[in-house]
Design a protein around this ligand. Structure first.
Ligand code: SF4
Length: 375
């Protein structure tokens, strides 16, 4: 199920050279690598479902779910088993082999909500779908419990380089991300980890992030590449849409430095033309996120994706094409509670994040005052 442990060791200058090579040569080379390790006609489809939306205590500058910013997302508590089952069945019917459930949490806390998530995993696993979760930071023991419930993959992206991460998030450290990935690995789950481009980072940051991912032993099974979708009310709302050429370069470079990983064309597809997406597939993208929403940001309609697949002669990869279905193990039951894990809180000040949090606070105060005066 996992990537082979032995792989080429890359250096930053080598990755930078690949990234900057002439575009058509880069795409051609990436397409060759893709054909060596994957079926170029197959694209794996994952549906991303927000099972708990909004109210997150973190300060990720790109995220409308951070409680401290003022955005117009609709918050919801954990979805019920029935709601998730309906979504999973719809996703499966539309060709998705994987359901990725996302909860806007800083980290997993054992207790009622975590037990409910374990139940959701058992339910989706029983539908013969690959189950993935993104729940924030997890300890080894929590990762083991997720695996025992039948989880197939854990989604935990690095966002960007370690250096630029400090310009985007102040509530946790890069080392927490890497530790979570290690915990997930130790529970023998597959890893889905990549990043976001278009947040104001330099090309060097993109390549450094790829270097970190490519240096993992083994490399992640799936590498999602997201283009920032700037959302009103977040500190990155005024960021320019990332040019399609950057996305193609990033997909192609990822393909070359992690040849066996599945590269996923993730957020930002509504900002791309069909031709742009086609070039990304040519450059080695072998997966997409489907569904009309990616957690909270827009995504192409399913019918548009199917039309594009028809046009390009692509077909959906069946579930468990690259690994076997995990068997749920009901015997892993802990009766005690794990001691609260010590995740970091760097809490350095990111001026823009602070400014947006203050603006949101004032807006909330003003609307509370106006509601009171109306009563
Ligand atoms: S990206 Fe995740 S951790 Fe960060 S604010 Fe959004 S929901 Fe919270």
């Amino acid at each position: 199920m996992n990537q082979e442990a032995k792989h080429r060791i890359w250096t930053l200058p080598e990755i930078m050279e690949v990234y900057h090579s002439p575009l058509l040569e880069l795409v051609f080379r990436a397409a060759q690598v893709h054909r060596e390790h994957h079926d170029p006609r197959e694209v794996q489809i994952s549906t991303l479902l927000s099972i708990k939306t909004g109210g997150c205590p973190e300060d990720c500058a790109y995220c409308p779910q951070a409680a401290r910013y003022h955005t117009d997302i609709e918050k919801n508590d954990l979805l019920s088993v029935k709601e998730v089952m309906m979504s999973a069945l719809n996703a499966k019917e539309s060709g998705s082999s994987r359901l990725c459930m996302g909860a806007a949490w800083r980290n997993v806390k054992e207790g009622k909500d975590f037990d409910h998530v374990l139940e959701l995993i058992r339910t989706v696993n029983s539908l013969d779908m690959e189950v993935c979760c993104t729940l924030g930071m997890v300890t080894k023991r929590q990762a083991e419990q997720l695996a025992a419930a039948g989880l197939y993959a854990y989604y935990h992206i690095l966002d960007t380089s370690e250096e630029y991460y400090q310009e985007i998030i102040s509530t946790r450290g890069y080392e927490d991300r890497l530790e979570t990935i290690e915990n997930v690995r130790s529970a023998k789950l597959t890893v889905c980890s990549g990043g976001i481009i278009g947040m104001g980072e330099a090309v060097e940051d993109r390549c450094k992030m790829l270097l970190t991912l490519a240096s993992l032993e083994p490399q992640p099974e799936t590498v999602p590449i997201n283009a920032l979708v700037p959302v009103e009310g977040t500190p990155l709302e005024e960021q320019q849409i990332v040019p399609i050429w950057d996305m193609i370069r990033m997909v192609a470079t990822t393909r070359i430095v992690m040849p066996r990983s599945t590269v996923r064309l993730s957020a930002g597809r509504t900002q791309m033309s069909q031709e742009g997406q086609a070039l990304c597939f040519m450059a080695g993208a072998g997966s997409i996120f489907a569904g009309d929403k990616l957690l909270t940001t827009p995504n192409p309609e399913r019918s548009e994706d199917l039309q594009l697949f028809d046009l390009l002669g692509l077909k959906a990869t069946p579930a468990f094409a690259k690994g076997s279905r995990p068997q749920a193990k009901p015997d892993l039951v802990y009766t005690d509670r794990e001691a609260a894990p010590k995740w970091s809180r760097p809490a350095h000040v990111i001026e823009k994040n602070r400014e947006y949090a203050q603006q949101a606070k004032s807006q909330r105060k003003a609307s509370a005052a106006s509601n009171t005066s109306k009563k």
